[in-house]
Design a protein around this ligand. Structure first.
Ligand SMILES: [Zn+2]
Ligand SMILES: [Zn+2]
Ligand SMILES: [Zn+2]
Length: 253
């Protein structure tokens, strides 16, 4: 399995518009974070998790020329806004794009992209095939996927485990029974917004503690905001087996 970090930034991205802080002014490419999303290539299938506002640029940058499915974590705009651009794959592959999400996510997509579902459709709009998922294992193109049901303040969010890889973004609480689904993963990708505490996201200290509690040998943090600090400073502080991800990072497992 090959995992590509398409974006590792929080909802505003880094740099933040009109911010002149040290992180937003940094010239280090690792401090330039598009909105959070990952792509996985597994058993010959190409799957993306979320389609944020930077989806088009991310797919171009990584030259992802074929896409088999989109799986959503939750309905926040920084994870859904780019759905319109699946059109390119509709045209090239001559198929409707399979889209997976829990019921509230699909309901919100129907509201926010109402034109996609209109009775009389304008030509050239995206074509999607909605698949509602629940908190139980499902398959996408023959790939087994285990949802992990977590909370983002009060909003339920799905993380996902595929083989020994688990991906969880936008989380500040993981119930004990869901922790069991993560245990044994070789790699965990987990969101860590910043150093200060936050209403709806783990901060860095909480994310580090969660990786330790779950005894995951290798973890990558994502969904960072500009208040996290410079990539080069934070990476020095992290324990063995934990790293900040950055846009374009690829891992194989
Ligand atoms: Zn987010
Ligand atoms: Zn800033
Ligand atoms: Zn969110």
């Amino acid at each position: 399995m090959k995992v590509t970090f398409l974006g590792t930034g929080t909802s505003q991205g880094v740099p933040v518009i009109a911010c002149d802080c040290e992180v937003c002014q940094s010239l280090d490419y690792r401090d330039k974070r598009k909105r959070t999303s990952i792509h996985i290539q597994v058993d010959g299938k190409s799957i993306v998790f979320d389609t944020g506002p930077d989806f088009r640029e991310q797919m171009l940058r990584e030259r992802i020329n074929h896409l088999d499915a989109v799986i959503y974590t939750h309905e926040h705009k920084d994870h859904t806004a780019g759905l319109d651009d699946v059109r390119s794959y509709n045209f090239k592959q001559d198929m409707d794009m399979p889209v997976y999400g829990r019921k509230p996510v699909l309901e919100q997509i129907k509201r926010e992209f109402a034109y996609i579902f209109a009775v009389n459709k304008y030509p050239g709009i995206p074509k999607v095939e909605l698949h509602e998922i629940e908190n139980k294992p499902f398959q996408v193109e023959g790939i087994d996927i285990q949802p992990v049901d977590v909370l983002h303040y009060k909003l339920p969010v799905f993380g996902y485990r595929i083989k020994d890889f688990t991906y969880i973004t936008d989380v500040n609480y993981i119930p004990d029974e869901e922790k069991e689904k993560i245990k044994g993963s070789k790699v965990l990708v987990l969101s860590a917004l910043q150093k200060n505490s936050h209403l709806s996201h783990f901060n860095l200290e909480q994310a580090v503690a969660m990786v330790r509690e779950l005894e995951i040998p290798q973890a990558y943090f994502i969904h960072m905001g500009h208040r996290m600090g410079l990539h080069r400073d934070i990476e020095e502080e992290l324990p063995e087996g934990m790293e900040l991800a950055y846009d374009g990072l690829q891992i194989e497992l």
